[in-house]
Write a protein that binds this ligand. Structure first.
Ligand code: SAM
Length: 282
């Protein structure tokens, strides 16, 4: 027991393991996640409808979205943004590795007679010949990626954009990093059975990496016949650290906001959004 508990309490190196698929795309958790996406009262997997409507209205007006605009939404989930972009006339591609979310998104589009290109794939392995005007990645999914994964993704974004095209994405700010605390707790059927339909004991160990500005929510799930560990990493950013990652692959930083609804940047905001542009060819 002592050895097992030592393993549960052990702190891995930053981004040592990547288990995002078990959080989002597993047949049991993806069903729970879809409920969260569609649940108005919790901003857990998607934000609430009032925010999404406001955000999409701002995006449409800021980027002048119209019938010829090509948009790709990375980590589109059940299509809460993609469907609105398509309703505004845009040519939309949504990428997500949750088969359940992509199925739901496709059904919603079909029911409205909208043509949206949904691709069920890990976006880190995505490639396309399409050229977009706008790439979005919404609700801080960028934070879950390691520095090298973020570099690969941003280099891909640069390639998939037309000259003059933009990326809009949001991340957690350092204010949120400072508000997080290290804890260790366990519970039977932790998170109301989120992790499995069968009984399990869930340990949650939250670790902070002070220098790197990373947190890890490490879930150790002990079921009757198996033990799993799920690592939920989050990288927190300042304007400088976020901007530098975009500039490293050739983007020009256009502007920072507090969120993807165009709220002006504030030093006290929990999140931070960036618009970065691929330079026009001279
Ligand atoms: C926080 S949710 C946000 C969903 C959507 N952008 C929204 O705001 O409604 C993150 C989404 O990214 C997807 N996702 C996470 N990692 C992924 C990966 N490596 N490849 C593809 N999709 C991924 C998840 O399945 C989930 O739908």
């Amino acid at each position: 027991m002592f050895k097992e508990l030592e393993a549960i309490y052990s702190k891995p190196a930053p981004f040592e393991f990547y288990t995002a698929a078990e959080l989002w795309a597993d047949s049991h958790t993806s069903e729970k996640m879809l409920e969260y996406h569609l649940n108005e009262s919790i901003d857990l997997s998607s934000r609430n409808t009032e925010f999404i409507d406001r955000s999409v209205a701002w995006i449409i007006s800021h980027f002048g979205v119209e019938a010829t605009t090509m948009i790709a939404d990375f980590g589109c989930g059940p299509g809460l943004y993609t469907i609105r972009f398509a309703e505004a006339g845009a040519d939309v591609t949504g990428i997500d590795f949750s088969a359940r979310s992509i199925r739901y998104a496709g059904d919603q589009a079909a029911a409205r007679g909208l043509r949206i290109d949904y691709i069920c794939q890990n976006y880190l392995a995505f490639d396309t010949d399409k050229q977009f005007d706008l790439i979005t990645m919404i609700f801080c999914d960028f934070c879950a990626l390691s520095p090298s994964q973020r570099g690969v993704l941003l280099a891909g974004f640069y390639r998939y954009l037309k000259p003059g095209g933009s990326v809009l994405l949001d991340v957690h700010s350092l204010n949120t990093f400072h508000s997080r605390e290290e804890i260790a707790t366990y519970e039977k059927n932790q998170l109301d059975g989120f992790w499995s339909a069968d009984d399990y004991f869930g340990f949650l160990n939250i670790f902070k990496y002070a220098e790197e500005k990373i947190t890890l929510d490490k879930y150790t799930l002990i079921e009757k016949d198996r033990t799993r560990v799920i690592y939920n990493w989050l990288q927190y950013f300042s304007r400088d650290t976020l901007g530098r990652e975009f500039e490293a692959v050739g983007f020009t930083v256009e502007k920072f906001y507090s969120d993807v609804a165009g709220t002006p940047f504030s030093e006290t905001s929990p999140d931070l959004a960036i618009i970065a542009r691929k330079p026009e060819v001279r």
